[in-house]
Design a protein around this ligand. Structure first.
Ligand code: NAP
Length: 312
């Protein structure tokens, strides 16, 4: 068994992986895989990231056609672009160069029903479409992410050595048929909204109190040994070290799409998901009224995902 796994592992390292979308996440995922010895052929809509990555240990090309011809048969191609039209437009260009046995993996935050539709469309060509939920922000993308995977089990088995190298130890799982990966990622994001909101409101109470508290110290003790320790608290400690009590941070919280999808799914399943609903309404309100809590969330989103801090 061990021998079988090793041969599969060697084979996957001999083949080239296609990668489309060299933004904040894509670039880091490419560098992560390249550092583990994978050969990659990468491409991007605009030229700058292609130029940048061609200086690293990867083959970077301007045309998707070129990418496909360099990959040969039984291609494995990752896509890391925004959900919706960008994914469809990449697929529509890619389609003419795909053939039976190829595997396409969408690692963006796509709506799971879109992924099921794309799975059906590509299946007609004999191509297996996989939906991959990626968590862990830019740090995870570069050094080991959490991967939620849906699609054909047979395709998963073929791509598994790549998923293993992309993920943190024990940080990937095949979760089921088409849509399962993106479905679980949407709910993950719904939980993330609630957790962020709870931390934000806790710090807001501390900030309103009469105590002259050092939030870096509070985060440090919460980070070490407490019941509420987490990566977010680690990031909070760094944030409070860098910025003087977030005073100069604008407190408008962006994003919200995956959270709204999670709320819609919860409603359909008859679950109230009150924490998420509340977090969504506070995010909406932040466009008009900012607080210490909304500054905290905007800062955290910037730290883990590189999301821009919007001005009020
Ligand atoms: N940031 C995070 O923490 C995080 C975590 C998990 C998942 N995700 C998901 O991962 C995906 C990428 O996120 P990101 O943070 O890397 O975003 P990003 O930095 O904005 O990069 C987006 C990438 O998609 C490309 N792109 C945009 N529109 C396109 C189109 N119409 N056709 C072709 N390519 C297009 C961009 O190309 P150009 O260079 O030409 O603009 C860029 O390479 C998104 O689905 C996001 O939701 C993000």
């Amino acid at each position: 068994m061990f021998f079988g796994i090793s041969i599969c592992y060697l084979k996957i390292r001999e083949m080239k992986i296609g990668f489309i979308g060299l933004g904040k996440m894509g670039e880091n995922m490419v560098l992560n895989l390249a550092s583990k010895g994978h050969k990659l052929v990468v491409s991007n809509r605009s030229p700058e990231p292609i130029k940048k990555l061609s200086k690293k240990n990867v083959t970077a090309v301007y045309e998707l056609k070129d990418m496909c011809s360099k990959l040969g048969g039984n291609k494995i191609i990752f896509i890391m672009v925004p959900e919706g039209k960008p994914v469809d437009s990449v697929l529509s260009v890619l389609k003419s160069d795909l053939s039976k046995g190829d595997i396409v993996v969408d690692g963006g935050n796509s709506y799971y029903e879109d992924s099921i539709r794309r799975y059906g469309e590509l299946r007609k060509l004999g191509v297996s479409f996989m939906d991959l939920g990626v968590s862990g922000g830019l740090e995870g993308a570069r050094h080991g992410a959490s991967l939620m995977i849906g699609g054909d089990k047979s395709a998963f088995k073929k791509v598994e050595p790549i998923f293993r190298d992309l993920a943190e130890k024990d940080g990937y799982a095949y979760l089921g048929k088409s849509g399962a990966g993106h479905f679980v990622k949407i709910i993950h994001n719904g939980i993330e909204y609630g957790i962020l909101e709870a931390y934000a409101e806790g710090f807001e109470v501390l900030d309103k109190s009469n105590y002259d508290l050092d939030y870096e110290a509070v985060s440090r003790v919460w980070k070490n040994g407490s019941v509420i320790r987490s990566w977010l608290i680690e990031l909070a400690e760094k944030a409070f070290k860098k910025t003087d009590r977030l005073r100069k941070v604008p407190g408008v919280v962006g994003g919200g799409k995956t959270g709204m999808w999670a709320a819609k799914i919860a409603k359909k399943e008859g679950v109230e998901f009150v924490t998420l609903k509340h977090a969504l309404s506070r995010r909406r309100e932040s466009k008009k009224k900012q607080s210490f809590g909304t500054k905290f969330i905007a800062t955290m989103r910037n730290m883990f995902g590189g999301h821009m801090i919007e001005k009020g």
